[in-house]
Design a protein. Structure first.
Length: 77
């Protein structure tokens, strides 16, 4: 299923993905702590999302923990 996410903040995008998978930010952070050895500081995690200072690799880890993959596809094909 394809979703169009235009003009949406990173935090709202991640929250939407969480909702679609029946999860939330705290559960995702806990999974990242266990699997990827992230810091357990929820405030830091939340602020990175809120302030758009999160790295792409962290977004990729969040996507993976939710069972998504990030795909770049040429629009011309």
């Amino acid at each position: 299923m394809d979703y169009k996410f235009e003009n949406i903040s990173i935090i709202d995008f991640v929250k939407t993905l969480c909702i679609l998978k029946g999860s939330n930010l705290r559960k995702i952070l806990q999974k990242l702590v266990e699997e990827k050895h992230y810091s357990n500081a929820y405030a830091n995690f939340y602020n990175k999302l809120k302030n758009n200072t999160i790295r792409f690799s962290e977004i990729a880890d969040i996507a993976e923990s939710l069972g998504y993959e990030i795909v770049f596809r040429n629009k011309n094909n």
